[in-house]
Design a protein around this ligand. Structure first.
Ligand code: N0T
Length: 525
C-alpha cells in the first residue's frame, strides 16, 4: 500500500524551500506544505477590512492569507514604528487557522511609490524619483537612491524583527519584499548618476552568470540594455532587503512579476522594466541569491499564455508559485496546471468582502459558482498530503485549453489523456441528439496526476475525463488493472470503493465532486 506518512514535526524549524531532483517543496513545521491561498485587496491592510477577508477565505477553504503591510502604516513618522496591524494580522490568522504570506509594500508597489510614508513621498531630494530621458521626474523611485534603500531596509528589518520576536510558531511562512517592482514607460533611471553607472562595466557576477563577454551595458545587452540595467539594480536593491531580513529570521522570500506577452518581443516601455518577468529570471538569480524564487502574477485569460508563463517559472532553480491570479471562475482551472508543474502554492487575488473587484483582470463579483470553482479544488487538495507526494514523485497536470482540445502526457510506460466537456457516459459522437453538458461551453476543467510508482497513479480533478493507456510502441497487453476511490488517513491511502462498469468503461470522469482516485496499470501475458 501507499505509505505517505510525514516525519515527526521538527519543532522550531523555520519555513524554508527544499529542492531535490529538480522538484521543490515549501517546508512548514518540518513537512511539505501546499499554499491554498487567497490574497486580500490592496487596502485591506487594516483591522476592519481584514475582518471581511476571513469569511471569503474560509468559504474557499484557504489555508493561507496573503496580506500587505504598508511602509506608510508601519513607519508613519520616521523612526516611529507602529506594529498594531501586524499583530492584528498574526492574531486573527491564528484564530482562523491560516498561515500568512507577508507582502511588504515598500518603495515599489506595482512600481509606484504610493505606499511609502509621506516623509518619503514628499522628499524628492533625499528619495529621488527616476529621471526620464528628457530629464523629467518619473513617478517611480530610483533603485540607485542610497537613502531610499537605507530607509526602506530599516523599515523592512523592523518588520522582520517584529516577526522574529512575535511569531515563534511561524504563522508567517513566506515574505514578499516589495510588489511588482520595476518601472512602466521609463525603462531605467536616466539621471546623471545612473547614466554614469550605465556607461560603466556590467558587473562580472552578471556577465559570468549569463556567460556573456565583459563590456558596458550597451555593448553587452544591445537594445535590451536599459531593461537589463534596471533589472540588475532593482534586484540588487531587493537582495539588500532580503539578505538582511533573512539574517534576522531566515524565512523564504520571493518576488512577483507583472507579466507581459510571453510570446512577444519584450517592449521595455510597456513592461514593468526591472521586474522579474520570465525572460529575465537569470538576471534576478545572479543579482538576488537571497530571493528563493520569482513568481508570476497571472491576469491573462488566454490559456496558451498562462501555460507559457507557468513553464517559464518552472525551473530546477525556481520553485513555481502563483502568488496572484485573477479571482474569476475561469482562472480556477489553472490551479491544476500549476500543481501539475509542481507548484508550491496558488492564490486568487482580491479575496475579501470589501466590495472591490478588479474586473477585467478578475471577477466582476463573487457568486457561488466563482467561489465554488476555487473551493472545490482547495477542499480535495486539503484532504491529501499533496505537497509531499509532488515533492517525492513526478506529477503532471492539465487545465482545459481555450480550444477545449484534449491534452495528454507520457508518464513512464503510460499515456494519460485529459479531455473536457463530456457527459460521464459514453462518447459524444454516439449520441448526436443529446445536448452537451453546460461545462462544455465553459472555461472549466482540469486534473492533476502523480506517478507514485511505475504502474500506480493518484489523481483528482474536476469537469474532466482521464484515460490511461499503454503508450504507443510499448510492449503489448498494457491495461488498467484497478481503479480505486479513496482518501488519506495520516498520509496513508485508504481505499473506499473500487470503480468499475460505467464508472470506468468510458474513461474516469470527475465532474463537480472531485475525489481522489488511484489507478493501477498492468500488462497481461
Ligand atoms: C496586481 C493587482 C494588485 C493592460 C491588480 C496587476 C496587486 C498587483 N497588479 O489588481 O494591484 O497588488 O500585484 C497588474 C496587471 C496590469 C495589467 C494591465 C493590462
Amino acid at each position: 500500500s501507499l505509505l505517505l506518512a510525514t516525519p515527526a514535526l521538527a519543532q522550531g524549524d523555520t519555513p524554508h524551500i527544499e529542492t531535490k531532483t529538480g522538484r521543490h517543496a515549501l517546508i512548514v513545521d518540518g513537512a511539505p506544505f501546499l499554499i491554498l491561498g487567497g490574497q486580500v485587496n490592496n487596502s485591506s491592510n487594516y483591522a476592519a477590512p481584514l475582518a471581511k477577508a476571513w469569511p471569503v477565505l474560509d468559504r474557499i477553504g484557504a489555508n493561507t492569507v496573503e496580506a500587505p503591510i504598508a511602509w506608510e502604516q508601519l513607519e508613519p513618522r520616521e523612526g516611529k514604528f507602529d506594529f498594531s496591524f501586524v499583530q492584528t494580522l498574526l492574531d486573527e490568522a491564528r484564530q482562523h487557522n491560516k498561515r500568512i504570506v507577508l507582502l511588504w509594500f515598500g518603495a515599489w508597489k506595482n512600481t509606484g511609490l504610493a505606499y511609502t510614508p509621506d516623509w518619503v513621498k514628499l522628499d524628492n531630494r533625499r528619495f529621488p524619483r527616476m529621471k526620464t530621458k528628457d530629464g523629467r521626474d518619473h513617478g517611480v523611485l530610483s533603485p540607485h537612491g542610497a537613502a531610499t534603500l537605507a530607509a526602506d531596509k530599516r523599515a523592512f528589518l523592523a518588520l522582520m524583527t517584529y516577526i522574529r520576536d512575535h511569531d515563534a510558531q511561524n504563522t508567517v511562512i513566506l515574505v514578499q519584499p516589495e510588489n511588482e517592482v520595476g518601472s512602466y514607460k521609463n525603462p531605467r533611471d536616466y539621471s546623471p548618476a545612473a547614466q554614469k553607472l550605465f556607461d560603466g562595466p556590467v558587473p562580472a557576477a552578471l556577465t559570468r552568470a549569463l556567460r556573456k563577454p565583459d563590456g558596458n551595458w550597451a555593448t553587452v545587452f544591445g537594445e535590451a540594455a536599459d531593461r537589463a540595467f534596471n533589472t540588475w539594480h532593482t534586484a540588487r536593491y531587493v537582495e539588500a532587503l532580503a539578505s538582511a531580513g533573512k539574517a534576522i529570521k531566515p524565512l523564504p522570500m520571493y518576488v512577483n512579476a507583472a507579466l507581459g506577452d510571453p510570446f512577444g518581443k519584450p517592449d521595455p516601455q510597456a513592461l514593468s522594466s526591472g521586474g522579474p518577468q520570465g525572460d529575465v529570471i537569470d538576471i534576478w538569480k545572479a543579482a538576488a541569491p537571497s530571493i528563493d524564487f520569482a513568481a508570476p502574477d497571472i491576469y491573462d485569460r488566454a490559456s496558451r499564455n498562462v501555460f507559457k508563463h507557468l513553464d517559464l517559472y518552472t525551473r530546477p532553480d525556481n520553485a513555481l508559485m502563483v502568488p496572484e491570479i485573477g479571482n474569476a471562475a475561469e482562472y480556477a482551472r489553472y490551479f491544476w496546471a500549476a500543481l501539475g508543474r509542481g507548484a508550491i502554492g496558488f492564490a486568487p487575488f482580491g479575496m475579501d468582502d470589501t466590495g472591490y473587484f478588479n474586473y477585467p483582470l478578475g471577477a466582476k463579483r463573487f457568486d457561488d459558482a466563482t467561489l465554488n470553482a476555487f473551493a472545490a479544488k482547495y477542499r480535495v487538495m486539503a484532504s491529501a498530503p499533496w505537497a509531499k507526494i509532488a515533492f517525492d514523485h513526478p506529477v503532471w497536470g492539465a487545465a482545459k485549453p481555450d480550444d477545449g482540445a484534449p491534452v495528454s502526457a507520457i508518464m513512464g510506460d503510460w499515456r494519460i489523456t485529459a479531455s473536457f466537456g463530456q457527459w460521464q457516459f459514453g462518447q459524444r459522437d454516439w449520441f448526436p441528439q443529446a445536448d452537451l453538458p453546460a461545462w462544455a461551453a465553459e472555461a472549466t476543467g482540469g486534473a492533476v496526476v502523480a506517478q507514485v510508482s511505475a504502474n500506480e497513479f493518484l489523481f483528482t480533478g474536476d469537469h474532466v475525463r482521464l484515460n490511461f493507456a499503454a503508450k504507443e510502441g510499448s510492449a503489448p497487453g498494457g491495461m488498467i488493472v484497478k481503479v480505486e476511490e479513496g482518501h488519506f488517513d495520516k498520509g496513508a491511502w485508504v481505499m473506499d470503493r473500487v470503480w468499475n462498469g460505467d464508472q470506468t468503461d468510458y474513461g474516469l470522469n470527475l465532474i463537480d465532486q472531485p475525489v481522489w482516485i488511484k489507478v493501477t496499470m498492468g500488462r497481461y501475458r
